[in-house]
Design a protein around this ligand. Structure first.
Ligand SMILES: [Zn+2]
Length: 391
């Protein structure tokens, strides 16, 4: 490895990926978490939460919350500060190494995660469709009235928690209609105009083709879905729900008769994106708030979102979908998801390894080192020879 002696600095260009832009917002989040940590420390000090260091006899302010925020802040600040790419002859890049913080509010990590999930979901569904050609995908969206600031955690508990959450009851209702294969995600957005949260569920699930026939007693119209969701959540208003049949682009028009004309359609690829889109869009949150809001509001919003999502499972798979994910070795635990690879072109014919570093002042990544990569196949051959020689 050698440092490139460059006359002009080379900025990271990776197609449409906005690495520098996302990273700069990650740094902003880190600052907010630092502020939250400082606040907690101040509070602990005022409350007299002091502890004595047994070795030195010194007293110090004790606050587990402050520690948690400071740790978050430093992890996020350091997230992806260095990126290594494999670059092929045409200059196209594939991320090869990076250290991610994996925080649910990190714009970089959430972007990588959603791309990974979209890729995994596509693989799962492709396999599912091969084995279950008689099944049709539908996308449901279930919402409730926007909870106010301060009420997000409570609403998320109502929506999906333990065995009595609304989703858990909905799942049973769907199972009675033989809908067992699903991907369910919880998404939370923030409406800055009304200053309210907007938590909602996306469910991509599969039904047999005959469900769409007029005679089917299982047919779910939007009205049926809305009434059931209203009953399950014990609402005194009509919630907004949506149900769409998914289709594959370019697929021959199938002769599926609709039981009712209230079923809309959505391209399967878009439905997949909808369920892989990660639960929060940290960047959107920041962009919406940073312009006209005081930092205090921003801090409160981030504190609430961070604590409401803490330890919560936001994505769940069911039935055959779950089995296929397992067979493809797609980890169930989002904390273990591979954020480096998110397509099938892992074996790029790389010529170079390039290392980029983030520069805070410029808010962008610049090349700091470049190394030639020996042809991998060549390497493999050499290895074989070596092995045979020693054997
Ligand atoms: Zn991160």
């Amino acid at each position: 490895m050698y440092n490139t002696e460059l006359n002009e600095r080379i900025k990271l260009e990776d197609g449409k990926a906005k690495w520098g832009f996302r990273k700069s917002y990650g740094v902003n989040f880190a600052k907010i978490f630092y502020m939250l940590g400082s606040e907690e420390l101040k509070k602990a000090n005022e409350d007299g939460n002091l502890r004595v260091d047994t070795k030195t006899g010194e007293t110090f302010v004790d606050s587990t919350e402050a520690k948690r925020y400071f740790l978050k802040s430093s992890r996020m600040d350091e997230c992806s500060s260095c990126l290594a790419f494999k670059v092929d002859g045409a200059g196209s890049k594939k991320l090869s190494k990076a250290k991610f913080c994996r925080d649910r509010l990190c714009p970089l990590c959430q972007w990588r995660l959603s791309r990974r999930l979209a890729w995994e979901t596509r693989k799962i569904i492709d396999k599912y469709e091969v084995d279950n050609s008689d099944m049709v995908a539908i996308l449901m969206t279930l919402t409730v009235k926007n909870p106010k600031v301060g009420e997000l955690a409570n609403m998320l508990d109502i929506l999906c928690h333990g065995k009595s959450g609304a989703w858990q009851l909905m799942q049973k209702w769907l199972a009675r209609r033989k809908i067992k294969d699903f991907i369910r995600t919880v998404e939370v957005t923030f409406n800055s105009e009304s200053q309210t949260w907007h938590p909602h569920l996306h469910i991509l699930c599969f039904v047999p083709k005959e469900y769409f026939s007029k005679a089917s007693k299982y047919y779910i119209s939007r009205d049926i879905l809305r009434d059931e969701w209203k009953r399950i959540c014990s609402l005194d208003y009509d919630p907004i729900v949506d149900i769409r049949r998914c289709y594959n682009k370019g697929e021959k028009k199938e002769r599926i008769k609709f039981g009712s004309n209230d079923i809309k359609k959505v391209e399967l690829a878009n439905a997949i994106k909808e369920t892989a889109k990660y639960c929060v869009k940290p960047l959107g949150l920041f962009l919406k708030l940073s312009d006209d809001e005081e930092n205090v509001t921003m801090k409160d919003i981030i504190r609430e979102l961070d604590s409401a999502l803490n330890g919560r499972r936001l994505r769940a798979l069911g039935g055959e979908i779950k089995k296929i994910a397992k067979s493809l070795k797609f980890d169930d635990d989002e904390a273990k998801k591979d954020l480096i690879h998110n397509d099938d072109n892992g074996n790029v014919d790389a010529v170079w390894m390039e290392i980029y570093s983030y520069f805070g002042v410029e808010k962008d990544y610049y090349l700091i080192a470049r190394e030639e990569i020996a042809n991998e196949r060549e390497q493999e051959r050499t290895k074989e020879i070596d092995f045979n020689d020693t054997g």
